[in-house]
Each structure stands twice: as structure tokens, then as C-alpha cells.
Design a binder for this molecule. Structure first.
Ligand SMILES: Nc1ncnc2c1ncn2[C@@H]1O[C@H](COP(=O)(O)OP(=O)(O)OP(=O)(O)O)[C@@H](O)[C@H]1O
Length: 379
């Protein structure tokens, strides 16, 4: 049988079948089509403006490694005029983040992108190793997700960047849509498909974990107790919103990119694991399921979603939607420092935090049965 030719150029030998479209493509057309789709996502959402300083959240894993490479490529190819940085958070997980940070350092020098590393130990006084040895593995992802979100914002503020991009991909977002539907969490459902956010969306947006251990590169660490930084100005976005995980892996493989592929040792994440397995089954039957779920998520939530009122934490200056005055990270730290770690996890948002910002009406965070039925029937 003669070798099959690429469906795009009709000339070169096809080397892979694109997971997203099923088309047989050659290596260079695959690179080009993958990069062009990310470029189109960036243009369609007006993600950047010329002169923006952009930090790439770099964990050393496949998604953020490919993101760093593609952002650099597109910035040069299309002359976006962006000032790019790598920003890594060292959560303090021995045998995981210390190794992955070595990969980030390698990428920093290979791609010629300056790297900044911030650690939980310096910011919060606790590593994830310390936290897990105190509270066990249950709920540790809550601490890690809340701390990382804030740490990324603090790193961005120190770098003076306008924007953080992360490697969340289409599979991550589709999984999150499924999880929010299954939990009936309409507020998060309305946020999880947004390609850009400008204020903290809370721990639930984290798709689970990261790990950690690396060194500090900067001397001007933020003291959480004295920070008064305008976090509201920092945008976050997901240029890989429509990029399939399988294609990211293929891209990294065919480009021979260096990335760290071990799962976090503290990440049980059972619930997301079920959503992921279900999504993979759906993808095997119909590859468009991933992007279809994202589109459903975008169309669903309008009703019943609330916007939270943002104020600043009375202790560290970070953003919070709690009228009690403390941000989630400070609440969690209080619990840890007082030896009652469940305190921050179990605390419920105060009633005022649930006020809808737009119309001033108080709304319940639980959706109505009709809203839930409508959401569930879409799947
Ligand atoms: N420790 C970290 N430092 C900086 N950014 C991080 C860190 N952990 C996660 N991120 C950012 O958040 C995104 C999602 O991370 P998560 O750990 O949930 O997924 P992942 O699939 O393991 O991502 P990756 O393959 O990039 O590690 C990453 O792609 C990265 O941009």
C-alpha cells in the first residue's frame, strides 16, 4: 500500500492522525495547524495588546512547556510585541516540584525567557510537604490550589506583568464543565469556560494540583502581611482553551520538547479522575465531544449565576469575596497555624459575599431545580 499523504499539503507523507479532526497530516502541517489554531484563539478573544508583559505559568509539565514554546513562536512569527516571562511556583513537594523546576530552568535558558520562582515556604511559611505531614492527603489540593492562585498573582505583581497565561487545555475545561454540572455548581460553571478572567475565581478553578521544590531567584519577596498590590489589574487567560491534550502531547513529542511527566504525589483527585475517564470514553466515540462540552458550558449558565463582590483581605491585601475580611489563603493559614486545618476549608462564604454585584439582589448560590435539570439534560 503506498504511503498516505498529508490531508493539508497533499504532498508530504502523513505521520499522524490528528486527534481533534481525524485527518492524516504530515509533521510540518501538524505543527502549523496546531500553532495557527492557538493564534486564532488568541486573536478571536483579543487576548493581548502590543507591549503587554505576559507571564507564562510554568510548571515544567507538558501543557505549560508547550505553551511557553508556542507563545514564543507566535510572538515572533506574528510580531505580537509581547514581553514574555516564565513564572513558577515552588509548592515544596520533594521529589516532584524540585525535579520539574529543573525542567523549567532548562526551558528558560533554551527559549531565552527570564524565569521567576516563588515558593510557598517564603510566601506562607509552609511547604506542601509540611502541610501534608500535618493534615494528611485529604483536602491538601484545596490548600495547594488556593495558595498557588495567590502565589501566581504575587509573582506577576513582582514581575510587573499585566497578564498570566496558563496551560489549561480543552480537556481540562471540558472536565471542569462536567464536574460543575455534576455538582450543580452554576456559579463555577459560568466561570470555568471563560478564556480570560481578571479576578480570583476561587479554589474550585484549579484543576487539581501541581507539586514543588526549587530555588528563589529574586530578592524582593512580598511579605503577605504587608502587601498592597493591585491584583485586580492582572488578567489570566488560557490560550489552549481549544487545544486537545492529545495534540499537546503529540506536539511536544514531535518537537522533542523537554518536559516533566510525573503526576503530583499528593493528588488523589478522585472526582476529577472520574470526569476525566468519562471524557476520554466520550472522546473515543466522538472526538468532537470535548469541544462540544465546552460550547455547552458556555451556553448553559446565564441563569442563576452570581457575581461576587470583591474586596481586599484585611491582613495581606489580596482579593477576597468574603465579607469577614480575610482571603481564603489567610483563612487556611490561620487554620494551619492554630492546628485546626479544617477551619479554613469548612468555612462558608458569608451571606454578603453572595450578593449579586450587578443588580444588588441577594441570590442563593444553590441553583434552582429547573436550572439543574436544564444543565443535566444537556449531557
Ligand atoms: N507550580 C506551578 N507554577 C506555575 N504555574 C503552574 C504551576 N502549577 C500549575 N501551573 C499552571 O497551571 C496550569 C494547569 O496546571 P495543572 O497542574 O492543573 O495541569 P497540568 O496538566 O499538570 O499542567 P502542566 O502539564 O503544564 O503541568 C499549568 O499548565 C500551568 O500553566
Amino acid at each position: 500500500m503506498p504511503p498516505r499523504t498529508c490531508a493539508h499539503c497533499n504532498a508530504a507523507k502523513a505521520v499522524l492522525r490528528r486527534p481533534k479532526t481525524g485527518l492524516l497530516v504530515c509533521r510540518s502541517c501538524f505543527f502549523l495547524v496546531f500553532e495557527t489554531e492557538v493564534h486564532e484563539t488568541i486573536l478571536a478573544s483579543n487576548l493581548f495588546s502590543r507591549g503587554d508583559k505576559v507571564a507564562i505559568g510554568a510548571s515544567g509539565g507538558k501543557d505549560s512547556t508547550v505553551l511557553a514554546y508556542v507563545m514564543k513562536t507566535l510572538n515572533e512569527r506574528y510580531d505580537y510585541g509581547l514581553d514574555l516571562f516564565l513564572l513558577s511556583i515552588d509548592e515544596g513537594i520533594t521529589g516532584y516540584r524540585d525535579d520539574s523546576l529543573e525542567t523549567v530552568k532548562q526551558n528558560s535558558s533554551e527559549y531565552n525567557l527570564p524565569l521567576k520562582v516563588l515558593s510557598y515556604k517564603d510566601l506562607y511559611g509552609w511547604t506542601m510537604d509540611d502541610i501534608v505531614s500535618t493534615i494528611g492527603k485529604k483536602s491538601n489540593c484545596t490548600f495547594c490550589g488556593v495558595f498557588r492562585r495567590q502565589a501566581l498573582d504575587r509573582g506577576a505583581a513582582q514581575l510587573g506583568v499585566d497578564h498570566i497565561v496558563t496551560g489549561h487545555n480543552a480537556d481540562d475545561i471540558a472536565e471542569t464543565v462536567l464536574m460543575n454540572v455534576l455538582r450543580g455548581d452554576i456559579a463555577r460553571l459560568s466561570r470555568c469556560t471563560e478564556i480570560v478572567t481578571q479576578t480570583p475565581a476561587g479554589a474550585g478553578e484549579s484543576k487539581g494540583c501541581g507539586g514543588g521544590g526549587g530555588d528563589q531567584e529574586d530578592e524582593d519577596e512580598v511579605d503577605p502581611a504587608s502587601a498592597a498590590v493591585d491584583f485586580l489589574g492582572i488578567k489570566r487567560s488560557k490560550p489552549f482553551k481549544y487545544a486537545y491534550e492529545k495534540e499537546i502531547v503529540l506536539y511536544a513529542y514531535f518537537k522533542s520538547l523537554t518536559y516533566f511527566s510525573t503526576e503530583c504525589i499528593y493528588s488523589p483527585n478522585a472526582y476529577r479522575g472520574y470526569a476525566r475517564a468519562y471524557l476520554k470514553d466520550l472522546e473515543a466515540i466522538r472526538p468532537s465531544a470535548i469541544v462540544d462540552i465546552i460550547h455547552s458550558g458556555e451556553a448553559l449558565p446565564a441563569k442563576g449565576a452570581t457575581k461576587q463582590v470583591q474586596t481586599t483581605c484585611s491582613r495581606c491585601g489580596y482579593l477576597t469575596s468574603s465579607a469577614d475580611g480575610l482571603c481564603k489563603a489567610c483563612l487556611l493559614l490561620d487554620g494551619l497555624n492554630k492546628g485546626v486545618a479544617g477551619m479554613g476549608i469548612n468555612s462558608k462564604p458569608s451571606k454578603t459575599a453572595k450578593l449579586a454585584a450587578t443588580n444588588g439582589e441577594e441570590q442563593k448560590s444553590r441553583p434552582s431545580p429547573q436550572t439543574l435539570r436544564a444543565a443535566a439534560s444537556a449531557f
